[in-house]
Write a protein that binds this ligand. Sequence first.
Ligand SMILES: [Zn+2]
Length: 188
Amino acid sequence: MTTPEASSPAPNSSPRVLTLGHPVLRQVAQPVDSVRDEFVQQLIDQLLTTVRTANGVGIAAPQLGYSLRILVIASRPNLRYPHAPLMEPTVLINPQLVAASDELELSWEGCLSVPGVRGQVPRHQTVEVDYCDRHGQLHRQIWQGFVARIFQHEADHLEGKVFLDRVQSEADLLSEEAYQAMAIAALG
Ligand SMILES: [Zn+2]
């Protein structure tokens, strides 16, 4: 299931998110040639549906088994990220990082492909990104903070990387349960 030719996603199926160990998650994804391709449009719909139903704030095509350079940023408060900022889900095709702040921030991340684990990961505070939307329009966008973090996390998936690769110390890893307990204690 690594190429569009191998299998077409059915529009109404509910796809499984691949977890760590699946080889597609470690491949460098291929650029999308034809944005208007029916297969590409169906895959985008599946990404948008999956990120919502799985309580994610972002997802990348390799997580559904397709090694293509498509990602979704969809920050909103949900069960897994109660304090995430609300934004319209944004589809990025063939994204390119144009610039990034020198300033790094260390904060917690999780991943639908790494269930049950959270880790502290350093990310650029601000990113400037070129991308193509699902209608073929080119955009240049600046994101900061949590949304910039989502972009960097999802862009890593297109390079065959996961957030665990960027954790600096094993002390920066927690179980989901311990993370939630810590987050509740911090609010208390
Ligand atoms: Zn992820």
